[in-house]
Design a protein around this ligand. Structure first.
Ligand code: OXD
Ligand code: MN
Length: 594
């Protein structure tokens, strides 16, 4: 659709002149367009159509083996003063970075089509939503954006003549010379990959990678890094949080927003099948929450996305049946294995597989030394296909949040659940969050990494200013602020056995939280916060040894002090930017631990 937005026309013309594509296509968001692009990718060997009987209208892709995850070392916050990016972000001077990237972008789309994707993060017209325009030379990005965002003509209409948009430029960085044969997954080598954010002008430039988090710019780049900075300036919140609705047997609804680092089971929690009788979980989002204070003084959340870009390995009918149903059809699979009957397979799918073609396009059997699917293999599925998506998940007003949950993957030290003593203590808990690392980022070496609010790779400005923003939001919300909890589903015994069954049984912990909010259930006060005492957590019908429950709910003061020392050393990186209120929380926790 022709846009009357002069600023947009000028930007597209500028990018076209720089990138020199063979042609330009404006993405309309139609099914016909999606089908045509998929066919184009099947025809050139980039995509494989799955067996229509088994998984209708679904396609598998294999990336280049070097382009399988987010690249945090190549992800930049480019602002004038390094201090505004803070010690946890890679900073580059914006002028210098633009020079380097302009050289790379010059002629980078030769031999390719340049797609212009108008997209909305959040339901079109919601007061919390934002419009972005992604320019890309990757048809894979276009089809994924069709699922993950509201894309196409309807956004051009909403933008009108002078609407604001966030420009997002993406190139795989692989121009084609005259007559040069293409490869199935073109991309640039690692030293030429740049995932760049210019928060002072709300601009995103991404070069060299075709992989999800680096290339689907609405997600991590816009909805987290750029949006977190806009949120601070405009007084709202953009968080790495799932959103779920829990309904109790009396029909009372609670809304929970929960932040966990990548690959800690956010998607599983967002869609869990509650095992506590009479309680029901429904999903609103599995990765990102945008929240604004409404007229009622409460915090209202929307899911800015419209699809799930989830980690495939480990997803099964047992771990997450609702995710499995979400990807029964109309889905995209990246770096999964292909079975002999034309379907996909991955480790932890809980169905046998005797033979497959692995994610690197090699023969695979269970005897093979390598895995069949990459550990960070992904599915892209429309959120509307989730059987437990809330019927009003696209309500432009969002849902009022009752509870915030933080957590991480910790085999030791951290108990099953703790409630913050008050909102400030909750901010401290979020700031101290840490997790044992996984495969969602390529280049994260160490075992335990502090990941404040699960935002370490996603906060678009100085993390210390982000903590200040959290305190400020707490002040604005006052007694309407959500209650804050910290959980750890991943504790193991000394022999390495999981102490907590997890999955649907996590509903027992969620139930305790909601009943705490209602003032219906007890707790004991410990040095690290409120915790359930005997009988507070509903364990009826659960086969769990009482000693395991005791261990899950014990505070080992010695281990916590060590953890706190590690946390304090981490805070030291931020120097005197650390908010006084956070230091006060740290000191108070120290005193309580004795
Ligand atoms: C994701 C991530 O892809 O957090 O959601 O890495
Ligand atoms: Mn995520």
């Amino acid at each position: 659709m022709e846009t009357k937005n002069q600023k947009l026309r000028e930007w597209v013309a500028e990018v076209e002149a720089m990138c020199q594509p063979d042609r330009v296509e404006w993405v309309d968001g139609s099914t016909a367009e999606y089908d045509r692009l998929m066919q184009l990718m099947v025809d050139c060997g980039m995509a494989t159509k799955l067996n229509e009987q088994k998984r209708p209208n679904s396609f598998a892709f294999r990336s280049d083996p070097s382009d399988v995850a987010r690249v945090e070392n190549n992800t930049y916050i480019a602002c004038k003063n390094q201090e505004d990016a803070g010690p946890t972000n890679n900073w580059i001077d914006p002028v210098e970075l633009k020079k380097t990237m302009t050289e790379l972008y010059t002629g980078c789309m030769k031999g390719r089509t340049m797609y212009v994707i108008p997209f909305s993060m959040g339901p079109i017209g919601s007061p919390i939503s934002k419009i972005g325009i992604e320019i890309t030379d990757s048809p894979y990005v276009v089809v994924n954006m069709h699922i993950m965002t509201r894309a196409g003509d309807k956004v051009i209409e909403a933008l009108g003549e002078d609407g604001e948009f966030i420009p997002c430029l993406h190139s795989i960085g692989a121009p084609l010379a005259e007559g040069q044969e293409d490869v199935p997954w073109p991309c640039a080598p690692i030293e030429e990959k740049y995932i760049a954010h210019f928060p002072e002008e709300n601009l995103i430039w991404s070069y060299g990678s075709g992989y999800g988090g680096n290339a689907l710019l609405g997600k991590k780049c816009l909805a987290l890094r750029i949006a977190s900075n806009m949120a601070r300036e405009e007084g709202w919140m953009a968080e790495h949080m799932l959103i779920l609705r829990l309904t109790n047997p009396e029909g009372h609804r609670f809304h929970i927003a929960a932040a966990f680092p990548s690959a800690c089971g956010k998607t599983n929690l967002a869609m869990l099948q509650a095992t506590v009788p009479g309680w029901k979980v429904e999903c609103i989002g599995d990765d990102i929450a945008w929240m604004k204070i409404g007229d009622d003084g409460r915090l209202h959340a929307i899911n800015p996305e419209s699809g799930f870009f989830g980690v495939a390995p480990g997803t099964s009918d047992k771990s997450n049946p609702m995710a499995m149903r979400s990807l029964d059809e109309n889905s995209i699979f990246t770096n999964c294995a292909l079975t002999d009957d034309g379907d996909i397979w991955w480790e932890g799918m809980d169905v046998p597989c005797d033979h497959a073609i692995d994610w690197k396009n090699n023969e695979w059997t269970p005897e093979s030394d390598n895995v069949a699917a990459h550990a960070n293999a992904r599915f892209t599925a429309p959120a509307a296909q989730c059987p437990v998506i809330c019927e009003d998940w696209e309500d432009p007003a969002g849902v009022p949040i009752d509870v915030f949950v933080f957590g991480g993957r910790r085999t030791q030290t951290v108990p099953l659940v703790t409630q913050a003593l008050d909102f400030d203590h909750g901010v401290f808990m979020g700031a101290m969050a840490a997790s044992e690392t996984t495969a969602a980022a390529l280049d994260v070496g160490q075992k335990l990494r502090r990941d404040p609010f699960a935002m370490l790779p996603f906060c678009g400005y100085n993390m210390a200013d982000y903590w200040t923003h959290w305190f400020a939001m707490g002040d604005k919300l006052g007694d309407k602020a959500p209650a804050v909890f910290y959980v750890n589903w991943f504790r193991t015994s000394k022999e390495g056995r999981w102490l907590w069954p997890g999955f649907g049984e996590n509903s027992r912990v969620l139930k305790w939280m909601c009943e705490r909010v209602e003032g219906k259930v007890g707790a004991k006060e410990t040095p690290i916060g409120h915790m359930p005492q005997d009988g507070d957590l509903d364990l009826s019908g659960l086969d769990i040894a009482p000693e395991d429950v005791t261990e899950l709910l014990t505070v080992d003061a010695g281990a916590f002090k060590e953890d706190l020392a590690d946390g304090e050393a981490y805070l030291a990186k931020f120097g005197d930017k650390v908010p006084e209120r956070l230091r006060a929380q740290l000191e108070a926790q120290k005193t309580r631990l004795g």
